[in-house]
Design a protein around this ligand. Sequence first.
Ligand code: CA
Ligand code: CA
Ligand code: CA
Length: 378
Amino acid sequence: MKNASWALALLAAGGLAVSVYAQKPQVESEGVGGDVAVEGFTSVEYGMQIAPLRIAKIDEFGNVIGGWVELGEPGVSEDCGAYLCYDAFESDTRTGLPSDGFYGQNCGQGGARYFINADNQDRVFIEDFIMQGGCNGIEIGRVEHAWWWKAGGSGTSERCVIFLNTLENWENAGNCTSSGVLDGVAIDFGVVPSSFDVGYVFTDLSLCLAGITLTGPADGSGSYRIVYAKDEFGTLATAAQPMLWGDSQPLNEGNSARRHFSDLDNDNVVDSGECKSYNFGLCPDPLGAATSFWRVGGPWPKLRANCKGGTYIARAKNFGPPGERVTFKLDGGPNNNKQVRPSGRCNVKFNGVASGPHTVSATSTAFGATIYRNYSCP
Ligand SMILES: [Ca+2]
Ligand SMILES: [Ca+2]
Ligand SMILES: [Ca+2]
């Protein structure tokens, strides 16, 4: 066992100034029954990015529909999702890596993510999520996810197939019940080495490159189910669990309430001890599975960011007709208004920006929602 590969890495908080934002609304009342506290977890310093070999649509029972689509070279992930609807993953556009501090709260974790001790099992779980405005009834074209792939322990490997279903409802937060399966995909990663040897694993799934999308909840809030399997028939993996991150920061896209359903006996019933509170007294509580959902591309507005020499440039496209006013904010700061040019684009520059993580947002009346982009200044 290589302890170094999953050593505790609770780094000291970074020195960046943190702005104070208004509190997000509570998404769940406190004090309802049914939760079980979880003890003991670890922060893993680094992860290894992996790409899927093939993707298939599945039904609510995990049966493949319509066959597998083999994937070739990874394409441009933004083409499958440039509009972030839910973010409990917090990747950096500049590097594509999990990062920290973009939404106004720097937990000092960098690219580290938490998990619940190396031997914990969470091979079948359902996590609740609420997406941001503009994300009702969408087709999801891109998903990011991080997980701990223990396999048989250090020195081993196992084929990894993830089964992912979206559900319309998280119907009873206190009891972790859910309903209304909407859609599903299976993602085959081939043989993946144990996380004991390579750190946690993560992926940026461009589903649309396989001609596949995933229908999100009609009202923008619901839940998703993940099964970590070792074959295409859904045989449970030897040992796996999601990496954990939070999305409670004020600027963060979306929310997940503090409970998490671990279906330990894989019977699709919330049994005693399976509905757990993921408030651990950690930054950024409450934690949940490290996952993001992106709205599939097309004519939807796009926002890109870049930063060089302390100048942070945000580029907006398709936010409205020429003359439409687009409001940009850096890290939730003052409004910067720009008018859409005849080309459909407009830009804004922020000067004197410190190195480190930053989030830029853009919105317009015509669009009626906000797009965020994470980009760290070198
Ligand atoms: Ca719903
Ligand atoms: Ca949750
Ligand atoms: Ca159960």
